[in-house]
Design a protein around this ligand. Structure first.
Ligand code: NAI
Length: 219
């Protein structure tokens, strides 16, 4: 686990999938797996798996394969799933409410501790154990709870201002659903994940088109 200084973004993006698959394999009572077997399940090549895991110093033993529980734990540690990052969610509309209520934050090393919205109508609304708070309370909340992550579920037009305010209040990571591609180049050490579910849907549509084309060519 010492070679991880220059791990590429694409490797990092594959780690959650390894983590998820290894969890499923563990729940089937399997304790040991070869890279070939893992590759078959994950529909990737064994060499990709070996290469990816080698970025972190490699985990398997030649001829033995991987210890499933150990590998999952190591990947979990790399991803930080055992952390307890406090998070604040801004925008308690349709998407925000769904993310506030239905996501098991602890599973990913996070803890949702506050939800804010600019709408007076939403203020006071119960969302699981949390209550939607007005934006006027954001500064004092951040000073007290020190959220590291902000989840942005607000309209595009509001994103830039809210984001800068949160960064000034010490937020270090943005999980941004607002369709505004945030770039806080002037603020060092801030990390941003711009999420566009539509991108994934478009990739799916592309694959439908490709398979339809193949079918047509066969006829
Ligand atoms: P919504 O209209 O139901 O909720 C938006 C909420 O943001 C409202 O409650 C509103 O009062 C609040 N808001 C607006 N300006 C604010 C501000 N300056 N500070 C705090 N709160 C503010 O919209 P919905 O459906 O929940 O979507 C939220 C955003 O996420 C939209 O911009 C939508 O386009 C986007 N979206 C993004 C997806 C993605 O994959 N990235 C998927 C679905 C929606």
């Amino acid at each position: 686990m010492s070679k991880n200084e220059k791990v590429s973004n694409s490797v990092i993006r594959r780690l959650p999938r390894y983590y998820r698959f290894l969890g499923e394999i563990m729940s089937e009572g399997i304790s040991k797996i070869s890279s070939r077997e893992l590759a078959e399940r994950m529909k990737v090549t064994a060499s990709q798996i070996r290469q990816d895991l080698n970025c972190f110093g490699g985990f398997g033993q030649q001829g033995y394969g991987y210890n499933v529980a150990e590998l999952r734990e190591e990947i979990g540690a790399i991803l930080g799933v055992n952390g307890d990052h406090p998070a604040v969610l801004i925008g308690a509309g349709n998407l925000g409410r769904a993310l506030a209520v239905h996501l098991d934050y602890a599973k990913y090393g996070c803890r949702l501790c506050g939800v804010f919205d600019s709408s007076e109508q939403l203020s006071g609304m119960k969302l699981g154990a949390l209550t939607v708070m007005p934006m006027s309370g954001l500064t004092s909340f951040c000073e007290k709870c020190r959220p590291v992550i902000a989840i942005l579920c607000i309209p595009k037009e509001a994103a830039s201002e809210v984001c800068e305010k949160l960064a000034a209040l010490g937020v270090k990571a943005f999980w941004n659903f607002s369709h505004y591609d945030i770039s806080l180049d002037n603020i060092p050490d801030v990390v941003i994940e711009n999420v566009h579910l539509g991108d994934s849907l478009m990739a799916l549509c592309y694959r439908i088109n490709q398979s339809e084309k193949k079918e047509e060519e066969k006829q």
